[in-house]
Design a binder for this molecule. Structure first.
Ligand SMILES: Nc1ncnc2c1ncn2[C@@H]1O[C@H](COP(=O)(O)OP(=O)(O)OP(=O)(O)O)[C@@H](O)[C@H]1O
Ligand SMILES: [Mg+2]
Length: 403
């Protein structure tokens, strides 16, 4: 009989000892350069150790600056401390990408409180009532972490924060607090004033890492994931330098080494070098773009989809210089496409003023560049140019909408 097809793969030499430790989903035990943030968060949440309500907290920072990891780390510590002292602390972590409305969030919490019951089909007021009574009866100090909170639909966020905070008025013992996390620079400015002051009672901003810090983070991670001395210093330096240059993002740094290691294995190399990191760059970049697109709020995804779909068949535009530019779009035609897409996906259409804000946002994130046309090009209009492959982006977003 032929040899099992997996034997060769099983016995194949690898540069890794434990690949999961260099995956972006791994939560490291130590988090260098975040001591201050960890300490501040712990102080803000510590009132629960005295059965009091902590303030709501809002955490902002660019992608890969350790927000999710730090919050999970602090909450884990808080939970084990409160367990040791039999305190009535209850925490839930929610990634709002998967729960984008007030009811979805409350439903998730209630389902968590009663894991053996099925609440599908119950009314919204029943769910809220269950939520409130559970906290009231158990006198819980309840902390809900809303990660990627900007993913909550715009018309829902004010209502959600209001519902969660008003619960406190009904509680004599126990409390409800929110930790909101976002990497969206514009999220706060879109909130209703009351929601903003309620959600952002305490605020922390996580700065990007510089190349030296990223190098240190990688140096701590490498021995957990790779065999001794297979990763060249040049590889660590390259991964740190590339990620610092792009965004100061630890996720990119970690992923560069992971993919570089996989390439080394694929090519049956014994070492991981800066050349492997450079080769891994394009793949990691497209993975990062994908995760950026998927974490955009729905409305921004729709505008980006409109731009991508329009860019698939661009018409040539005659520029003021007399040259033809075939890759630019008029803002008006993009808006029309956006309206069409909103209808298709049953999303509300925002006014042209908000639409312009979205265009600004997409430019800030580096997806597009814009210029204002000079006279001679259909009056004074904004011209939009996509910075990435239109087909890829369109496919990604359409797939996200059809899931
Ligand atoms: N200080 C650190 N030490 C070690 N690893 C870190 C540190 N900061 C971030 N990382 C690693 O970088 C990756 C990204 O971190 P994390 O997911 O917490 O970022 P984030 O700020 O939540 O990003 P996003 O805004 O995209 O959600 C994770 O793999 C994490 O383990
Ligand atoms: Mg995160």
């Amino acid at each position: 009989m032929a040899e099992n097809i997996f034997y060769e793969l099983l016995n194949q030499d690898s540069v890794f000892i434990d690949k999961t430790k260099i995956s972006p989903h791994y939560t490291p035990v130590s988090l260098p350069f975040r001591n201050q943030e960890i300490k501040t968060l712990s102080i803000w949440l510590s009132p629960v150790l005295k059965k009091a309500k902590p303030h709501n907290i809002f955490i902002y920072g660019k992608v890969g600056t350790g927000k999710t990891t730090v919050v999970k780390h602090v909450i884990d510590n808080l939970l084990s401390c409160s367990k040791e002292h039999s305190l009535p602390l209850y925490t839930i972590y929610i990634n709002c990408r998967n729960f984008q409305t007030k009811n979805a969030v409350l439903f998730y919490c209630v389902q968590h409180f009663f894991p053996n019951k099925n609440f599908v089909g119950y009314s919204k007021s029943f769910i809220y009532d269950k939520f409130l009574t559970y906290i009231k009866e158990k006198e819980l100090n309840f902390i809900v972490v809303l990660d990627e909170v900007d993913k909550i639909k715009e018309r829902e966020i004010d209502d959600l924060i209001y519902s969660l905070t008003r619960t406190n008025d009904e509680l004599v013992f126990g409390s409800v607090s929110v930790v909101g996390i976002s990497n969206n620079l514009f999220f706060k400015s879109k909130l209703d004033l009351r929601t903003k002051s309620s959600l952002c009672q305490q605020e922390a901003v996580f700065p990007p890492y510089d190349a030296e810090q990223l190098k240190e983070i990688l140096k701590q991670r490498v021995p957990l994931a790779f065999k001794a001395e297979v990763v060249d210093v040049s590889a660590i330096n390259a991964a740190a330098a590339l990620s610092a240059k792009e965004s100061g993002d630890a996720r990119t740094a970690v992923m560069l080494l992971l993919r570089a290691g996989e390439l080394a294995d694929l090519n049956k190399e014994k070492r991981v070098t800066d050349q492997d990191v450079l080769k891994a760059k394009a793949k990691v970049e497209s993975e990062i773009i994908k995760s950026m697109v998927l974490t955009l709020p729905v409305q921004l995804q729709l505008v980006l989809l409109a731009i991508s779909e329009k860019s698939l068949s661009p018409k040539a535009i005659l520029k003021i210089t007399g040259q033809l530019d075939s890759n630019v779009l008029y803002s008006g035609e993009v808006y029309e496409k956006y309206e069409e897409l909103c209808k298709k996906y049953s999303e509300k259409v925002v006014s042209t003023r908000w639409f312009r804000e979205y265009i600004n946002e997409l430019e800030t994130y580096g997806f597009i560049t814009t210029t204002v046309s000079g006279k001679g090009v259909k009056g004074n209009t904004t011209l939009i140019k996509l910075g990435f492959d239109a087909k890829n982006l369109a496919n990604m977003i359409v797939k996200e909408f059809s899931e």
